[in-house]
Ligand binder design. Structure first.
Ligand SMILES: *[C@@H]1O[C@H](CO)[C@@H](O)[C@H](O)[C@H]1NC(C)=O
Ligand SMILES: *[C@@H]1O[C@H](CO)[C@@H](O)[C@H](O)[C@H]1NC(C)=O
Ligand SMILES: *[C@@H]1O[C@H](CO)[C@@H](O)[C@H](O)[C@H]1NC(C)=O
Ligand SMILES: *[C@@H]1O[C@H](CO)[C@@H](O)[C@H](O)[C@H]1NC(C)=O
Length: 618
């Protein structure tokens, strides 16, 4: 169904993302167990919603052109809906036909068509609020129709964008009102990541090789990154943010390319005739989500009739069944807390948002969510640059490495990464927890100096206890192959010679060595003899263990990796199957970025988001 559309069909398919793939009942098992949901640090949530929900403004924005029958069906369905006494305004945006030098006959016909549409609108009675009509002077197409349809006049104004070949359920508003009250105005269910809600039936996965949409019958509401163009509710703040982002990118000639997405090909063919690639790219760079319904039996609150016109060469018929009072066999207004809903990315892979470890128990539950093969990659991002961290995460995604945990101070960067679904350990909170537990009586002031060492040491202790092998690295390493390849079967402890990484196998002897290490660290801290010691974890721990006679296998990074230095680069060494790129902590960010660009390993764009979506079948 996704093959190259015929010429006539192109524009419409692009706007109607929902049309492309049939809902499949194919069972796809997600690799990750249910997470213990840990809410994100509440200080970054926006909670300025003192407004009572009764005060919000609801605008219906109908995008029309020259299809009188479609428009008439659309407006009738809107005026037949139950608005529960609320004021709801109707804004109709009528695009003009393109001014080309066709024969006078053709032009007369088009003028006549436009007059009929306008006459119908003038005669249409809207009794729920204002009716406002915007009639264009020239053809602007769908991108401008959507983008210029709305500039929110406050944070309490919501827009419902409706293309003219849609038909809505009489229940749509009651449901949408419930969503706004529950997920926008109830602070305990509010998330700044949610940009709106789609009333169309979810059908399409835009990431190439992504999962089929599969939801169980208990899932009535879920979150998905993709915009739904057949009945989209937009929340004001993210929409305004999008318009500003669009301005910036469009003005500077930055295109919304996103490799690995079916929609990228659409943009390459259709360019500015469509708007969705812009929004899709924006949503990807911000890590935002849309609320979707799953009502079973192909039912939805908004359906597209896919009428012949700009979008379809010939009428394709309704994509779904309208849910109405007679087919309602569940409580439409029952809305689960946001924390119970599942979140899906463009690959339709579940996103586990808000995994932040602050205690040993929380670290334990994150460990259970990150993998299947009982090994974990611990990446320390203390003092690392945000963009370099994000570039590294894009590489992990490309390599399908999912068993990592980021360890860093409780910064905006860290919480943002957690919000986007990356598992993190908040080193500040975890350290305070260790202190409060008096795990080794280190209230001593030099403990602060050792925060990094202690946090990592206790995370590894937890890994050992729970039976996970661990590979610890600083963010100044970029892996080019699977982590397993760094693990030498002959040794329980293994470290990079220039200390880029440190591996511990989960074994009883390693556990013993670790317990010994923690005792020594405690004694050292107790004596306050750590002044001037390196707080680099791998450096410290390797030195410590070797002084105490533990056998550590040293692997020479230079033999398996490429070091970034100021002097010129030997690019052919990449082809020699190197497993990593690394650099010393004092290397300038500029040099790192330049060298990675030379090696085509810089895979983030100007928004610090990955240049490609890479789906792996799960
Ligand atoms: C949230 O993070 C801020 C620093 O960004 C910190 O001051 C605050 O204590 C944290 N709150 C919680 C509940 O973790
Ligand atoms: C209008 O028609 C003339 C003659 O047929 C042609 O040369 C010209 O390119 C056309 N202009 C447009 C804008 O299509
Ligand atoms: C807000 O949401 C929470 C969690 O779903 C719920 O327990 C609470 O009753 C809601 N508050 C209101 C005023 O509806
Ligand atoms: C570049 O790297 C390749 C592969 O590692 C090696 O064979 C070659 O000698 C290197 N060239 C230089 C100039 O160092």
């Amino acid at each position: 169904m996704v093959g190259p559309p015929r010429k006539l069909l192109l524009p419409v398919i692009l706007t109607s993302i929902g049309a492309v793939i049939l809902l499949s009942l194919h069972q796809s098992t997600l690799p990750i167990p249910n997470p213990d949901f840990i809410p994100i640090n509440s200080s970054i949530k926006t909670t300025n919603h003192q407004f009572t929900p009764q005060d919000f403004t609801f605008l219906i924005k109908v995008l029309a052109f020259n299809r009188l029958d479609s428009l008439s069906r659309c407006l009738k369905s809107l005026s037949a809906a139950n608005y529960g006494g609320d004021t709801v305004h109707l804004h109709i945006h009528v695009d003009h036909f393109a001014l080309t030098n066709e024969s006078l006959n053709v032009i007369d016909n088009k003028l006549e068509e436009s007059r009929k549409v306008l006459n119908f609108i003038d005669g249409f009675d809207w009794k729920f609020g204002n009716k406002v009509v915007h009639y264009r002077t020239n053809n602007v197409g769908l991108q401008a129709q959507w983008l210029e349809a709305w500039w929110p006049s406050s944070d309490h104004e919501f827009a419902f964008i409706v293309e003219d070949d849609l038909e809505v359920s009489p229940l749509f508003y009651i449901f949408v009102r419930g969503l706004i009250v529950n997920y926008y105005y109830n602070a305990s269910n509010f998330s700044p990541s949610v940009y709106g809600a789609s009333l169309q039936r979810p059908r399409f996965v835009p990431g190439k090789h992504g999962n089929k949409i599969h939801l169980d019958s208990e899932t009535r509401l879920f979150l998905y990154q993709l915009v739904g163009t057949w009945g989209q509710i937009l929340f004001p703040k993210p929409w305004k943010e999008f318009r500003l982002w669009y301005d910036l990118h469009k003005s500077k000639g930055i295109k919304p390319f996103l490799d690995g997405m079916v929609t990228n090909g659409w943009y390459k063919r259709m360019g500015e005739r469509i708007w969705t690639p812009w929004f899709i790219k924006f949503i990807y760079s911000r890590g935002y989500f849309n609320i979707y319904t799953n009502f079973q039996h192909e039912r939805a609150l908004s359906v597209s009739h896919r009428d012949a016109g700009v979008n379809y060469g010939k009428t394709a018929g309704p994509d779904s069944q309208l849910l109405d009072g007679s087919s309602l066999d569940f409580n439409l207004l029952e809305m689960q807390p946001l924390s119970n809903l599942k979140w899906y990315d463009y690959c339709f892979r579940e996103v586990l948002s808000g995994r932040v470890g602050r205690t040993l128990d929380e670290v334990g539950s994150i460990l259970r969510t990150v993998q299947k093969d009982r090994s974990v990659l611990l990446v320390t991002i203390l003092g690392g640059s945000g963009t370099i961290t994000r570039n590294m995460l894009c590489h992990l995604e490309r390599l399908s490495i999912r068993n990592y945990i980021l360890i860093g101070p409780g910064s905006d960067l860290l919480f943002d990464l957690a919000r986007r679904g990356h598992p993190v350990i908040d080193a500040d909170q975890f350290f305070n927890y260790l202190r409060a537990q008096r795990v080794m009586g280190f209230q001593h002031s030099s403990a602060e100096l050792m925060k990094n060492v202690l946090v990592n040491a206790y995370v590894i202790k937890k890994c050992l206890e729970d039976g996970y092998d661990s590979l610890t690295v600083d963010a100044n390493v970029l892996f080019l192959s699977k982590v397993q390849e760094f693990i030498n079967p002959s040794s329980d402890l293994c470290a990079g010679k220039s200390l880029g990484f440190f591996f511990v196998r989960s074994s009883s002897s390693a556990q013993e060595i670790w317990a010994g290490l923690l005792k020594k660290v405690a004694a050292t801290i107790g004596k306050g003899s750590l002044q001037g010691e390196s707080t680099n974890f791998v450096y410290f721990v390797v030195k410590f263990l070797e002084q105490n006679g533990a056998g550590i296998l040293r692997v020479d990074e230079a033999s398996i990796g490429i070091q970034i230095r100021a002097d010129a680069f030997n690019k052919s060494s990449l082809e020699a199957g190197k497993k990593m790129v690394y650099w010393s902590t004092d290397t300038s960010l500029d040099l790192i970025q330049r060298r990675l660009q030379e090696l085509s390993l810089w895979v983030v764009d100007g928004d610090s988001s990955c240049t490609a979506v890479v789906c792996h079948e799960s």
